[in-house]
Design a protein. Structure first.
Length: 217
């Protein structure tokens, strides 16, 4: 993950290195608009951290310029004073003084989410399952099917196991039900999922049922 810090505060820089962020993130510092433009033209940054109090620079102008140039970059605005105005283009706001752990938390969550976003399962029949987006996709036909949370959980469990899974095991792992609970919840979800897949992708055989067990075909 690449970070650009627009900040002239030496203490903040020290905090970054004291917390060994240099081992977790690629960090660049800028204190002039020329240097900022140079950095973002050469490298793709995941986050740009902008202080609201930068000598000879208007932080609002800095954030606006960054957003217009690279609208997908997340901006963390550091508010130096209690009456500092929040910029609508900023994704997160931190008021000074703040614990460095708050900043670390924002960065870590984004890093995990970015990693999860890349996670996908390639299935048969040209389908791709993306759990985080809750979608089944056929890229060649440009068809996307939205899934419920439980449908995603069922699919992911069957994908990982690649064998017949007993109904009781699915109920326990996905719903937390024990083997004594009598319910048609799973059957209902499987039926609806198979129906949706057949309707949208024309695939009749997707989940096989045998002896009260289920397997992804």
């Amino acid at each position: 993950m690449n970070l650009l810090i627009v900040e002239n505060n030496f203490l903040l820089k020290e905090n970054f290195f004291q917390h060994e962020l240099k081992n977790k993130f690629n960090i660049n510092f800028s204190s002039s608009i020329i240097n900022i433009k140079k950095n973002i033209s050469k490298k793709n940054f995941d986050f740009i951290i902008v202080s609201s109090l930068i000598p000879k620079l208007n932080s609002f102008d800095v954030i606006t310029n960054i957003f217009k140039t690279k609208p997908k970059i997340k901006i963390i605005q550091i508010l130096e004073k209690t009456n500092d105005q929040k910029h609508s283009f900023s994704s997160f706001y931190l008021k000074k003084p703040f614990m460095i752990n708050k900043l670390l938390s924002i960065l870590s969550k984004s890093k995990r989410k970015k990693s999860e976003n890349k996670k996908k399962y390639n299935l048969k029949n040209g389908l791709i399952f993306k759990k985080l987006q809750r979608k089944l996709i056929n890229e060649s036909k440009k068809i996307e099917l939205g899934l419920t949370e439980k449908e995603c959980d069922i699919l992911e469990f069957l994908i990982k196991e690649r064998k017949f899974i007993k109904k009781t095991d699915l109920l326990e792992n996905i719903w937390g039900f024990n083997s004594k609970v009598k319910t048609r919840t799973l059957e209902t979800h499987i039926y609806r999922l198979r129906k949706k897949i057949n309707k949208n992708f024309g695939i009749k055989r997707f989940i096989s049922v045998k002896n009260n067990s289920y397997k992804l075909i």
